[in-house]
Structure formats: structure tokens, C-alpha cells
Write a protein of this length. Structure first.
Length: 396
């Protein structure tokens, strides 16, 4: 027997509780203007929830591409198969991503869709029973209604407060870590800074730490996908966490000025005349400005300011050291192609003319360490203290 009516007569919380208590199996459809939510139940537990197809597709795409789970070409192939064969995205993705990622994506969509529905005050509802519902229990994990309601109602109460304390969701925001040229992709120094697992090892993280900014997991999830800029809505779709966690993290990052609103502009790129040493000088100039800003920021505590400046100097030298290591690696590869064998010592590179004597000295005026073993080699700098290993700088 179908259950239907209006949300002003019977609110969404009561509907979900009733379905749970009666152990119903079927689909609850909510509709209000152009918005629609479908929540699927198995014996009173939520197994899946979806919103409007275009919104869900956009979020799946944004998450997969922004986190480098899939490449653009792979997504286009998935999208084409979805459109040509009318296969659900989850069925296609089950062959493209790990089961762990698939469970994460499905669960996140279901939870956020239910939380979204809990904010509805008006609209219509209809529950349609389904007999012998079939689904993959390994990727669609049944969720208890009571647990979702407890957290979802809290978020529904908090949502308006947080959402009204930040700019509109279509506002374009960029990271404000290096300086005024943040939007220029050529200054995003570490290619893997966009990966959440690597962000704590990125230069951005080092700079923020030197400034005294402590980041939590939700903030890191946002900065990991922010790239050279996104709208707030795009950040919410891309980050591998709930919409509310991303929204609240974005609010805090804006208040810390780690993120800032910006006008969307064409991405700049360095021409051939701005590569190599010139690019490195631009990088270091930006870092010096950042560090100076960090020292000024913490100037109320003189010892703290000195500690930050010391950390800042190390960051700048570390950047130089990594560039030097890259140069030595290229020189070794060139040497091997010319001599047909690996060099036995750094001086071989100099005698072959593939590197200058000054290039084998690091920013702390110590020789770069090059360890050869058969056809392999390891590159590193001893860092500020040649007797300690925990400050070594390794080839990126």
C-alpha cells in the first residue's frame, strides 16, 4: 500500500521513523519544485539515496577527477557508456575503481542526500513498496535510520548558520598561501599537493605550519582539491568528505585567510623564457614574501617570530635543494646516455661537462650526497645539520 502526502502535514523525520519502525522495503520519493530525492530502504534500513541525476553526476565526476582517482579520458569513456547503454554509474565504476572507493562514494552520496532532505519543510512525499529488492550488499551498506537522523538533524540546525556566514556557493575561491599570484598555476610548486594523502608533505603545508596555522583533516581535504581555484559548491562536490564538513572547513579557511574569494580568470602559464632559474627565483621571491608575512603575523611573540623566520629560511633553502637534486638527476641521465655507464663519483659529472662544480653543493654549502649501486643511484642533501638524518632533503 503506497503512502503519500505533503511534508507540511507529515514531516520527513516522522516519515523516516515510521518506515524504520515498520521495517518497510521500498522507495521514498520526495519532490519540491525541480528538486527530487529518492531514498531506498531494505527492511527499514537505508541502502541508497539519490538526488537529481545531473547534480549527482557532477559530484561523482568532480570527486573522481579532483582527487586524481580517474583521468579526464577515463571519465569521458564512463560517461559515454552510461549514456549509450543506460547503465548506472555505480555499475560502470565498479570495474574502474576499488571497492573501497566505490563504497565511500555511494555511502557519501546517500548520507548527504538524506541530510539534504532533512532540511526540507515543504514538498510532497510518496513511499512505494518494492518486493524482493536486489542490490549489491558489498557496496551498498545498510544504514540505520536513527543514527542518520541524530546527526542529520544536528547538521540541519547548523547548516543555515554556517551557510549564511560565508559568500554564496557560486563564489570562486582560491588559496591564499603564496601571495597575490596564487591563481597562477605556474606557482603551484608541488604537483602532488592536490592529493590528500600527500598534502601534509607539501610546500603549502610547510608554509602554513611556519605561520602557525594548524590544519585539521577537513581543512586538508578542502585544500587538497582546491587547485588553482573552485567555486564553493565545486569544493563541496570535490572533497572526499560530507558537504557539511567541507562547508564548515571552507568557512574556517576563509576566516583564516587561507582561502579568499577571487574573480575567475584565465590560468596563466610561464613561457619558455620563465623556466629554469628564472622560475626558481620567482618561487623563492614568493616564499620570502610569505615568510616575511608569517613573521609579521606572529610578531607579538619575539621568540616565536624568530622561530618562524628560522623555519622560513629552511623552507626557502629546501626549495633550492630540491631544484638542485633535480638538476643532478638530469645530469646523471645525460652522463649515462653519453658514457654508456653510470658515473662512479660526482666529479665524473663535472669532467663530462654535464654539470658545473657549484651544482654539486647544496644551499647549506655542503656537497650533495650521491650514492651509486650498480645501475641505481640515490640523491639527497644532508640538510641544515650534516649529523642528523631527520632533516635530510631527498629527491622529490
Amino acid at each position: 500500500m503506497a503512502l503519500k502526502g505533503n511534508l507540511d502535514d507529515f514531516n520527513i523525520v516522522n516519515i523516516l521513523q515510521m518506515i524504520k519502525l515498520e521495517g518497510k522495503t521500498g522507495r521514498l520519493t520526495l519532490a519540491e519544485n525541480e528538486e527530487q530525492v529518492k531514498i531506498t530502504f531494505d527492511e527499514g534500513n537505508i541502502i541508497y539515496a539519490e538526488g537529481t541525476p545531473l547534480k549527482d553526476e557532477k559530484r561523482i565526476k568532480s570527486t573522481l577527477l579532483s582527487n586524481s582517482i580517474l583521468k579526464d579520458k577515463e571519465w569521458l569513456e564512463i560517461q559515454k557508456e552510461h549514456e549509450d547503454k543506460l547503465k548506472p554509474y555505480w555499475e560502470i565504476l565498479s570495474k574502474k575503481v576499488t571497492s573501497q572507493i566505490l563504497v565511500e562514494l555511494i555511502s557519501r552520496q546517500a548520507v548527504d542526500t538524506v541530510y539534504f532532505a532533512l532540511r526540507w519543510k515543504i514538498g510532497s512525499y510518496e513511499f512505494t513498496p518494492i518486493k524482493n529488492i536486489k542490490y549489491n550488499k558489498k557496496v551498498m551498506i545498510p544504514m540505520d535510520v536513527d543514527g542518520l537522523l541524530m546527526e542529520g538533524c544536528r547538521i540541519a540546525d547548523e547548516w543555515t548558520r554556517v551557510a549564511t556566514s560565508i559568500p554564496p556557493f557560486d563564489t570562486f575561491v582560491v588559496k591564499n598561501i603564496y601571495g597575490k599570484d596564487e591563481e597562477d598555476d605556474s606557482l603551484n610548486l608541488k604537483d602532488d599537493a592536490g592529493q590528500i594523502g600527500d598534502y601534509r608533505t607539501s610546500l603549502e603545508y610547510e608554509i602554513l605550519s611556519a605561520r602557525g596555522v594548524s590544519l585539521n583533516d577537513s581543512q586538508i581535504a578542502v585544500l587538497s582539491v582546491a587547485g588553482s581555484g573552485m567555486t564553493i559548491q565545486e569544493l563541496m562536490d570535490a572533497a572526499r568528505q560530507s558537504h557539511f564538513l567541507t562547508l564548515d572547513a571552507t568557512r574556517s579557511l576563509l576566516s583564516l585567510a587561507v582561502l579568499k574569494p577571487s574573480t575567475k580568470k584565465e590560468k596563466a602559464s610561464l613561457s619558455a623564457d620563465h623556466t629554469g632559474a628564472a622560475s626558481q627565483m620567482i618561487t623563492v621571491a614568493i616564499l620570502l614574501a610569505v615568510i616575511a608575512g608569517g613573521v609579521f603575523w606572529q610578531a607579538s611573540s619575539h621568540p616565536r617570530a624568530l622561530a618562524i623566520k628560522s623555519a622560513g629560511d629552511t623552507i626557502v633553502k629546501t626549495v633550492y635543494a630540491k631544484e638542485g637534486l633535480k638538476k643532478i638527476k638530469r645530469a646523471i641521465q645525460t652522463y649515462i646516455s653519453l658514457a654508456g655507464a653510470a658515473p662512479t663519483k660526482p666529479e665524473d659529472l663535472i669532467s663530462q661537462g654535464v654539470i658545473e662544480p657549484s651544482d654539486i653543493v647544496d644551499p647549506w654549502n655542503n656537497r650533495y650526497q650521491i650514492k651509486f649501486q650498480k645501475d641505481k643511484f640515490a640523491l639527497f642533501s644532508n640538510g641544515p645539520d650534516i649529523n642528523l638524518t631527520n632533516d635530510n632533503v631527498y629527491f622529490p
